[in-house]
Every structure is written in structure tokens, then in C-alpha cells.
Design a protein around this ligand. Structure first.
Ligand code: SF4
Length: 159
């Protein structure tokens, strides 16, 4: 059904977030679940792979639930890694500011076999998907290609 909805958007030349699961997923969300989440967790800043630290983007257990926090319970220390490699544009690719092939290192220095940044890692990474699109670009007609590009991009963003 999701593929059908994506194809319908392509054929109608529109792009938007649509809810296929309206039988269960409501616009206002699951109010009981949201209430439970807000009682147990507090909003905090978080480190996001390939993007870096974002304010108010993560959930941490509230103090009254700290006994369930594995980091505290098992004294786990996590050192902060280097989020963005030098000259890597992942943080811009991931938020849709540029396309993967607009990174100067795309398929030159940075390949799926030797990834520089997070978005080239694994076959579902945005830049790795961009490589698939580049191959498709060479082999498909314009119409087929445009539909494939849009679908692959949307599927990538949904994954
Ligand atoms: S192509 Fe490689 S270097 Fe460029 S943004 Fe993607 S992961 Fe980073």
C-alpha cells in the first residue's frame, strides 16, 4: 500500500507525508502512550549519527526511574565520538539540504566499500542509495528514472 501511495503522489506530481494506517494511527497520536512517555522520560539534547548534537531531540529517563537506566546501573561510560568527518557533508545530506552526489567526495574518495561518513555506511545509507540512483541514471529512460529516483529517495527517507 505504501508503494502504491508513493506512486500515486509521483503520478499526481505532489510530495507530502501521508498516513496509510489511519485505522490505528491518529493525527493527534496515541494520547495514552504520549502521557506514559512524558511521565517516564524527559526531553534532552542528543547526539545523532552523522548530524551531531541537537537540542531537545532525545529522551532520557526521569530521575525517579534512574534505577532502570542501564548506563547508571552498570556504570557504562560512553565517550562522545566524532560525529562529522572532515569535509563530509552527511549532516546536510541527511536533513535534505543537498543530494548525496553534491558532496565532492561522493564515489571518489567515499564509496560503500570505503565509507567516509555515516550516510555511506550500509546499503540503506542515503549516499549509498545515491550510488544506486547514479547507476540507474545511466541505464533508465528519463521517465522511468525520475519515478525510480523519487521512490528510492522516499523509501530511503522512510527507512
Ligand atoms: S558521500 Fe561520503 S563524504 Fe560525502 S556526505 Fe556522503 S558519507 Fe559523507
Amino acid at each position: 500500500m505504501a508503494i502504491y501511495m508513493l506512486m500515486r503522489q509521483v503520478s499526481q506530481d505532489r510530495g507530502q507525508v501521508e498516513n496509510e494506517y489511519i485505522r490505528v494511527v491518529k493525527t493527534e497520536g496515541n494520547l495514552k502512550a504520549l502521557d506514559a512517555i512524558s511521565r517516564v522520560f524527559k526531553v534532552s539534547s542528543g547526539n545523532w549519527r552523522g548530524i551531531g548534537k541537537l537540542e531537545k531531540s532525545a529522551l532520557l529517563l526521569r530521575d525517579e526511574y534512574v534505577e532502570f537506566d542501564a548506563r547508571t546501573k552498570f556504570d557504562i561510560q560512553i565517550s562522545e565520538g566524532k560525529d562529522i568527518q572532515q569535509n563530509c557533508q552527511c549532516h546536510r545530506v541527511i536533513i535534505g539540504k543537498i543530494k548525496p552526489d553534491q558532496c565532492p567526495m561522493f564515489l571518489k574518495v567515499c564509496t560503500p566499500a570505503k565509507p567516509v561518513g555515516a550516510c555511506m555506511v550500509s546499503n540503506e545509507g542515503t549516499a549509498a542509495s545515491g550510488q544506486v540512483l547514479q547507476v540507474a541514471n545511466r541505464t533508465l529512460t528519463d521517465n522511468n528514472h525520475n519515478m525510480l529516483v523519487i521512490c528510492l529517495y522516499r523509501v530511503t527517507l522512510l527507512c
